[in-house]
Design a binder for this molecule. Sequence first.
Ligand SMILES: [Mn+2]
Length: 369
Amino acid sequence: MDDRANYKAAKELLAKAKRVLVSGHLSPDGDSLGSMIAMARMLRAAGYDAYATADVHALGKPGFLEGVADIIPVRRLKRRKFDLFVYVDCAAPNRLPPEVRPFAEKLPTLTIDHHATSVPAGAASIIDPSASSAGEIVWRFAKWMNWPLDRATAEALWVAIITDSGRFAYDSTSTGTMRAACDLLKYGVRTAWINDTLYCSFKTKSMELKRRAWRSLHIWKNRKVAEVTLTRDDFREVRGTKADAEDVIEIPRQAARNEIALFFYQIPDRTHETRVSIRTREPHDATLLAARFGGGGHLRAAGCTVKGGMAIAKRQVRKAVKEMLSGKMKPAEEPPKEKEAVPKEKDVVVPKEKDVVVPKEKEAVPNAT
Ligand SMILES: [Mn+2]
């Protein structure tokens, strides 16, 4: 686990490569997208034929980054040839876009990640669960490699770090995070403009999804659990995607005394699956809950996909939540049921708030929204 040994292994792997494909997880968030763009840009500047790949139609707000123009859409990957694959911010191969998986299987791989559930895999791995973001690790490695940065690369890493650290608010924010941020500012990162673009510029459909999510707010178990729901119809009617509902999980998290926040949603283009974003506060381990349904993530932020419609998903997840609250949930007691893509995850801060008004019903039991 010595960083230096891992850096060296990564460097050796890179020395053997010419054409590098970089990918993050499905529906890339700011960290995933920023990290892959920065990695590809720095590799190109270092003489590699390097490209990031993503579903360019699902980028959400971080899609403003300059490096997005160079991304190869996942659907156009087929005819391309590469000799090294780099994973960034991706906890497991099953979280990669399906079009990318064949490359991950065939090529030598370098893993750069900060997920608690990530395990060293492939030819070389740089994994640090204490890092605020994959972007922070990419920055560290870039400095160690003496790669030059420019503004566009710095902005990609800045976005990676601020989105995953909650704008330097979460517990994962460390002196190392600030060191990285401090260095990035030297390259002319447009901080206020990026902040406005990411956090203060919601489209009408995004505002509408939030309005619907607020209306769905359900708080139970003596306020310890709060959940919001967006159905397939909500997305369809608004013509929105998951990217338009990125921060909806913050709604249930705002309730006073909240320990477990849940966001149940169904994306419009899939059938019979319900996705769940999970945020927890001490002492609850979000990965434990997600793992029950084959998902993963971080200690305080995780996600999973439940096979089945909304009512089934709610029944199963609420049952697991009750188990968790009663301290009966044990780690890894069950084999993962379903290898499936999970929604994005971030680490989470614990704001303290006064009372929040909490309408609504009693306890668990299905609720077919
Ligand atoms: Mn991340």
